[in-house]
Write a protein that binds this ligand. Structure first.
Ligand SMILES: C[S@@+](CC[C@H](N)C(=O)[O-])C[C@H]1O[C@@H](n2cnc3c(N)ncnc32)[C@H](O)[C@@H]1O
Ligand code: SF4
Length: 378
């Protein structure tokens, strides 16, 4: 049986944060019900197409999946189960906003087989949280971790952001230390990116806020990384750190170019070397699915060259880098011969580490990973 990842996009939030451009709309009961009807139809539409797969990861992302009724998450899991075998050790993750992780919800999540939580903590500094438009404070974020642990969740990720105007190194270290004290096993550590049309972007454009300088951003990154590594949460990807054995299996599928389907508005899929994505419009998505119409906004069949470049780009994000034998077998080629010039140049400039069978980014290479990756575009 081939293995498949399943991503489910839940496009609702209580309130939009000031930096975020993930597709989500304001939640209400009516919209939730319409969405559930539509996504159950989308799942049914995959009938027979997925019979060769076993699902070994399911990831509810958002938006805020914990805003909808747990019984609706259960209906989604059951209808996936009608279609495809779910591995008994499957990793089933739910992204959560601290403000929506009630005791009752946590009990229900356990019952329906959810075994990993990804909580959006962002920072434990109340001023920063307010500035970025979060609906919780630091204490509430920490007590959501306590509640999750009390209810038997031990595989928990915390999202933490840095590069926020007004933030400093001390602040980052304090946030990370206090989160790790709660025995958190995984941290996704994201540099704030100003996304067009978000409130923070508009504030920056009108000089109401100033983004940290690039060297300040790097200082925050190094401080966060060393605070995590001191406590054995080791970097395994540019933005991800984990205790050994707690790396996110679902996200590994993206970086390893493995197959997954995305359900729900704006979700992306990769199946049979084709990348496609759903409409980012909840109303249209629901309308279409009433008549079993599966409208995609993108559909791209990747050529062998596309696949090769993409594989390099994805695998260089991982600290383990690229296994050259694996690459050569996958693409029936000779990696070192093909990229001889690039490898020499990048190695000479201390941007990659090279051994007989492996190539990976150095720390310097990680800092300018986009530049290094572009070198492989031929
Ligand atoms: C889709 S959100 C899901 C988490 C959940 N909705 C919450 O916010 O609590 C995933 C994560 O992406 C990160 N993120 C979103 N927008 C970002 C941006 N513009 N720059 C950097 N990180 C961002 C945040 O850390 C966020 O927790
Ligand atoms: S960060 Fe999370 S809660 Fe905030 S708007 Fe984005 S998806 Fe919604």
């Amino acid at each position: 049986m081939k293995r498949l990842g399943i991503y489910v996009h839940v496009p609702f939030c209580k309130k939009k944060c000031n930096y975020c451009d993930f597709y989500s709309v304001k939640w209400d009961y009516e919209a939730e019900n319409k969405y559930i009807e539509a996504i159950l139809n989308e799942i049914k539409g995959y009938k027979e197409k997925l019979s060769i797969f076993t699902a070994d990861t399911i990831f509810f992302g958002g938006g805020t999946p914990t805003i909808i009724k747990p019984s609706n998450l259960k209906r989604i899991i059951e209808s996936i189960n009608d279609l495809i075998v779910i591995d008994k050790n499957a990793e089933i993750t739910v992204e959560a906003n601290p403000n929506t992780l009630s005791h009752e919800n946590l009990i229900a999540y356990k019952k329906i087989g959810i075994n990993r939580l990804s909580i959006g903590i962002q920072s434990l500094n109340d001023e920063i949280l307010k500035k970025i438009g979060r609906i919780h404070n630091g204490d509430e974020a920490l007590s959501s971790i306590d509640r999750a642990k009390k209810n038997g969740f031990e595989n928990i990720n915390a999202d933490v952001m840095f590069n926020i105007p007004g933030q400093n190194v001390k602040d980052i270290e304090n946030t990370i230390d206090r989160i790790i004290e709660k025995d958190i096993k995984h941290i996704s550590f994201y540099s704030l990116k100003l996304e067009k049309e978000t409130p923070l972007y508009i504030m920056e454009q009108s000089n109401k806020i100033t983004m940290p300088e690039e060297d300040e951003e790097r200082k925050m990154y190094y401080a966060g990384r060393s605070a995590m590594e001191k406590r054995n949460l080791m970097q395994y990807e540019i933005s991800n750190f984990a205790l050994k054995g707690y790396e996110c299996k679902h996200n590994f599928k993206y970086w390893n170019q493995e197959e997954y389907i995305g359900l729900g508005p704006s979700a992306h899929s990769f199946l049979n070397n084709i990348r496609f994505s759903n409409l980012s419009d909840l109303n249209l998505y629901c309308e279409n699915l009433k008549s079993n119409k599966f409208e995609r906004i993108t559909h791209e069949e990747l050529s062998e060259d596309d696949l090769m470049f993409e594989y390099i780009m994805l695998r260089l994000r991982l600290t383990e880098g690229i296994n050259i034998n694996e690459f050569n077998n996958k693409f029936s080629t000779d990696f070192k011969g093909m990229y001889k010039m690039q490898i020499n140049y990048l190695h000479k400039n201390n941007l990659i580490d090279l051994s007989e069978n492996n190539i990976k980014l150095t720390q310097k290479g990680m800092d300018i990973s986009n530049y290094v990756i572009e070198e492989f575009m031929i």
